[in-house]
Write a protein that binds this ligand. Structure first.
Ligand SMILES: [Zn+2]
Length: 183
C-alpha cells in the first residue's frame, strides 16, 4: 500500500469514497448499509500510528421497510476519555445528540470505535456495553449495531455485528455498489 505513487493513491481514494457497504442481516431479508460518509469517518480515525488513541461515537440511521442505512457516524468529541487501548464516550453529550437527531428522523442505532489491531474483535467490555445500551435505550429496534474499526484496509478491517441484549450476530459485507445505483 505504501508503494503507490501519490497519483495512483488519489485514484484509489476517489473510488473508495463513493463506496457503500452492504451487509445482509442474518436470514431476515433485511440489509444494513454503511454510506460513503460513514466509511470516510471510519478511515480517518483508524489507528495507523502508535500514538493514535482510540476514537468512536454513535451511529445514526434512516429506517426503511427492509433496510437500515447508517448515514452518520458521530464523534469523537473532546469530552470523551480516549487512550491507546480504551474509549469511553461522553454519554451525557450523546444522549443529547440522540434527541436532536430523532427530531430529524435519524435513529440512534448503535456505536462505533477503533481498535489498534488489524482485524478487530469486540472486547468483552465492548459486548457488555452494547448489550447494556440496548437494554437501557428506548427504541423500537430489534437490535443495536456495533462497529469496531481496525487498521486493515476496509472493509476487511471492519467488525460489524448486531446485538439484541443477549446474542451477537457477526455480519459480513455483501456486495459493493455505489449509493446512487441503488437508492
Ligand atoms: Zn473495543
Amino acid at each position: 500500500m505504501n508503494h503507490r505513487t501519490g497519483h495512483t493513491a488519489q485514484l484509489v481514494q476517489t473510488a473508495e469514497t463513493s463506496e457503500v457497504l452492504i451487509y445482509q442481516i442474518g436470514s431476515s431479508g433485511q440489509q444494513l448499509l454503511l454510506d460513503a460518509g460513514v466509511m470516510r469517518r471510519f478511515r480517518k480515525y483508524r489507528q495507523m500510528r502508535w500514538y493514535q488513541k482510540e476514537a468512536g461515537g454513535q451511529l445514526f440511521a434512516t429506517l426503511e421497510s427492509n433496510r437500515v442505512i447508517i448515514v452518520e457516524a458521530t464523534g469523537p468529541r473532546k469530552t470523551d476519555r480516549r487512550t491507546r487501548f480504551g474509549y469511553l464516550p461522553d454519554r451525557a453529550a450523546e444522549r443529547q445528540v440522540i434527541v436532536e437527531r430523532h427530531a430529524k428522523s435519524l435513529h440512534y442505532i448503535g456505536d462505533w470505535h477503533t481498535h489498534p489491531e488489524q482485524l478487530p474483535q469486540p472486547s468483552h467490555l465492548d459486548l457488555e456495553s452494547i448489550a447494556e445500551c440496548f437494554r437501557k435505550s428506548k427504541h423500537h429496534l430489534n437490535a443495536f449495531v456495533l462497529v469496531v474499526v481496525g487498521t486493515k484496509r476496509l472493509p476487511d478491517g471492519l467488525s460489524v455485528s448486531i446485538h439484541d441484549g443477549n446474542e451477537r450476530l457477526a455480519l459480513h459485507p455483501d456486495v459493493r455498489q455505489h449509493l446512487d445505483s441503488d437508492i
